[in-house]
Design a protein around this ligand. Structure first.
Ligand SMILES: Cc1ncc(COP(=O)(O)O)c(C=O)c1O
Length: 413
């Protein structure tokens, strides 16, 4: 079996188990389709893997990836720190009792009022990448520190974050001097290698380039930098295998670990923590034969939970519930379209599926990151509800299983 087929088989087994869980069936019975099923245990499992693989790093979950209360609560209880990009995300983590010392504000461009509010709330670490932004910190409260965001182009990342934000290493000195001239404390540097980047070497190179830059600036400017923030970027296996947490760690650990006593090393993982925690269940609402073959129209699409396909060009696997049980010997190539009137709203072409009828369920794993948070209400469609499932109690009978909590709206969009 090749690697893609093996991944598909393991995803098939995973969603087969999820679909047979009593709590999933109960949520479907109550709420119907479309439905996102959220398993917080998967978030915690990923967090533990990160901690085991890179024990000298402090992880700040990038709330933007999935701002659901259950995820925030689970990570907060587990001791994870947080990365926020807005005052709303800050308020969300604080509602879960997270103290501001565990929060960094990483949006390089902020309204002055937002900076003031974040400082009043207790946040002390901010990311900056230009002089105008630095000037907003001139009169900041004592103890505030900034990290300068560097940019490393990553054309192979699904989302290359280097053109909108960050300065090249050669511009960093100018910014440090600007800050020093205004009495602003530059604590260190941050970067983001690009989201969904399946290239551990690129990650390692960005780390070693940043350490070299720090060495150079420390020697020439006579200052010390104590923080190295390596951002996010760990990839999730959607339609093909990618480097695992352990594989990325094996590549970057030798570069980072020798500096672990010199720097406070932090990271801002988003996708890797929540990518696998949600599964989308949608259903067929219409079927048409067109010039290019069969089309199935679903009740969720690119303007809803499959927004990751639209905004990031990722391709989650899609299974028909029928094929989970080995049904449907006659497979055919089909196009899957979303429910809106827009012809862009095509989720996948050339999907090999058993013959489906209206009402059949389709299931996509790995729908946790950048899905519901970037969904819209285009065509007046409501957000897909999220049902939180709990660990299956051992020996549970149907009557002892709780109907899951359902958040009808994403916490923050
Ligand atoms: C500043 C910052 N940090 C962290 C993240 C999370 O990245 P990822 O989901 O790739 O881990 C992002 C994603 O856009 C980001 O912009």
């Amino acid at each position: 079996m090749n690697a893609i087929a093996a991944l598909r088989e393991s995803r098939r087994r995973e969603i087969s188990a999820l679909m047979s869980r009593e709590s999933t069936r109960a949520a479907l019975a109550v709420h119907g389709s479309p439905l996102l099923v959220l398993d917080p245990d998967r978030v915690l499992r990923q967090y533990r893997r990160l901690l085991n693989a890179l024990p000298f790093i402090r992880f700040h979950y990038a709330v933007k990836a999935l701002s659901h209360d259950t995820v925030i609560a689970a990570l907060a209880d587990a001791g994870c720190s947080f990365d926020v990009a807005t005052g709303e995300e800050l308020a969300l983590v604080q509602r879960h009792g997270v103290c501001a010392q565990r929060v960094i504000h990483t949006h390089p461009i902020k309204k002055a009022s937002e900076i003031v509010e974040a400082i009043e709330a207790g946040v002390r670490t901010f990311v900056v990448d230009n002089e105008v932004e630095l000037d907003k910190f001139t009169d900041a409260a004592a103890g505030v520190r900034v990290l300068l965001r560097l940019s490393y182009p990553s054309p192979h990342a699904k989302s290359d974050l280097s053109s909108k934000f960050g300065v090249g290493p050669f511009e960093a000195e100018r910014l440090v001097r600007h800050a020093l001239g205004r009495g602003i404390h530059v604590a260190g540097f941050s970067f983001h290698v690009g989201s969904q980047l399946d290239d551990p070497d690129r990650f390692a190179r960005a780390i070693s380039d940043t350490i070299a830059l720090i060495d150079d600036l420390e020697a020439r400017l006579g200052v010390r930098f104590g923080v190295l923030d390596i951002g996010g970027g760990f990839p999730v296996p959607y339609d093909q295998p990618v480097a695992s947490i352990e594989e990325v760690a094996a590549r970057i650990r030798p570069v980072l670990e020798p500096h672990a006593s010199r720097f406070d090393v932090i990271a801002e993982p988003g996708r890797i923590l929540v990518g696998d925690c949600m599964t989308l269940i949608s259903s067929v609402v219409g079927i048409a034969e067109r010039g290019d073959g069969r089309w199935y129209y679903l009740d969720d699409g690119l303007y809803g939970s499959y927004s990751n396909v639209l905004t990031e060009d990722v391709h989650p696997m899609i299974f028909a519930e029928r094929e989970l049980h080995g049904e449907g010997p006659s497979h055919r190539w089909a196009t899957l379209a979303g429910p809106t009137c827009d012809s862009t709203d095509v989720i996948a072409r050339e999907q090999l599926l058993p013959d489906l009828v209206v009402g059949d369920l389709l299931i996509s794993p790995a729908m946790g990151a950048y899905t519901t948070v970037t969904a819209t209400r285009f065509n007046g469609r409501p957000f897909t509800p999220i049902a939180v499932i709990e660990a299956e109690p051992i020996g549970a009978t149907p009557s002892s299983v709780r109907v899951p909590d359902v958040a009808r709206e994403p916490a923050i969009v």
